[in-house]
Design a protein around this ligand. Structure first.
Ligand code: SF4
Length: 353
């Protein structure tokens, strides 16, 4: 058997990819030039979300806004509404800003190299490398969780993440070929997603089986090692379900800066570590009412903390002065309510009546 070189590992992966590539809505068929708009849109959507979750959103976006210029011309609220459910709304706002930048400054054409791509709103190292490689065929080292896992196993890197990231990137860089870098990047993503999976990797189907150090050592499933996570702190707040006699509910827009910035919410107190006493919470309500605490809690995980919201329901008069906007119950779907707020709505509807 010839000695294993980075080139032969890349070649084997590309041969495997040509037979086993996944068919994805944003992926160009073999021999067809990828559309940079599709590559960019899918990569932004895929940040911290699964392929299965993204597919319908991607299809809805390109059906509604077939080009980056169409997306740039859309009102932000429409984009946020179409995005609702994908989470991380800062990404949707950056997506819109990026579309406007590309449309206004570059006539709708994405830049081709990583450094220029990184200057676009919401485009970090990973997304820039993915677009440069997949859309434009530039040699770029594309690192995501799937790639880190496969590379950590191939070379049996035992150092835990995130500390091992630079070493994994260097090793991945040595493997990245000059030919077909876009296909290679997608091949590695596919390998990590379908064969070199977090649990029970299918080593028998892997083009790197003969060279994989982790497999040889019988430790594949334990890699990549992860540093112990510190517990996420809990924050607490109270949401106010205010209902008028005509069946309208009070909504409010969150401040632009900060978490869920600019999104529509069921009004709530600030979120903090201490539990809110009912009287104190009522003092922070957006409208005067007889507030009644509903049983149970709404829980939601953010990246850096866990949120627990209790919900207070109140009936208010038709002319009550309130900070916010009144929305008929059956029109709630018109607003881009983030996932957390949809949980609050479900909770209130289940417990308040
Ligand atoms: Fe992953 Fe197994 Fe392939 Fe190694 S042989 S890269 S552990 S699937």
């Amino acid at each position: 058997m010839p000695p294993t070189t980075p080139a032969s590992l890349a070649d084997r992966l590309l041969v495997w990819y040509d037979r086993h590539r996944r068919v994805l809505p944003w992926r160009a068929p073999p021999g067809v030039r990828p559309d940079p708009y599709h590559v960019w849109l899918s990569e932004v959507m895929l940040q911290q979300t699964t392929v299965a979750a993204v597919a319908p959103y991607f299809q809805a976006f390109v059906a509604r806004w077939p080009t980056v210029r169409d997306l740039a011309a859309a009102p932000l609220d429409s984009v946020l509404r179409e995005w609702a459910g994908l989470g991380y709304y800062a990404r949707a706002r950056n997506l819109h800003k990026c579309a406007q930048t590309v449309a206004a400054w570059r006539g709708g054409r994405f830049p081709e190299d990583e450094a220029a791509l990184r200057k676009l709103p919401g485009v970090g190292d990973y997304t820039a490398a993915a677009i440069a490689a997949i859309a434009f065929g530039h040699r770029a080292v594309v690192m995501d969780g799937n790639v880190e896992r496969a590379v950590a196993r191939l070379f049996a890197v035992r150092d835990p993440l995130p500390g091992a990231k630079p070493a994994l990137k260097r090793l991945a860089g040595e493997l990245t070929p000059d030919v077909r870098p876009g296909d290679y990047a997608q091949a590695l993503m596919d390998l990590g997603a379908t064969v070199c999976t977090p649990r029970k990797p299918a080593c028998g189907l892997c083009p790197w089986m003969a060279d994989c150090a982790a497999r040889a050592a019988g430790i594949a499933e334990t890699l990549p090692a992860k540093a112990e996570k510190t517990e996420r702190p809990t924050r607490r707040g109270v949401a106010f379900w205010a209902m008028r006699p005509d069946g309208s509910v009070l909504l409010r827009r969150r401040p632009e800066a900060g978490l869920l910035g600019g999104m529509i919410e069921i009004p709530s107190t600030p979120w903090r570590a201490e539990v809110w006493a009912p009287d104190e919470a009522a003092g922070a309500a957006p409208v005067a009412a007889e507030w009644r605490a509903l049983p149970g809690l709404v829980r939601h995980g953010f990246t850096h903390f866990q949120l627990e919201l209790s919900v207070m329901a109140g009936k208010v008069g038709g002319n009550a002065a309130a900070r916010g906007l009144w929305c008929p119950l059956d029109r709630l779907g018109d607003h881009a309510l983030p996932t957390l707020m949809r949980k609050v709505v479900r909770h209130a509807l289940a417990k308040a009546y």
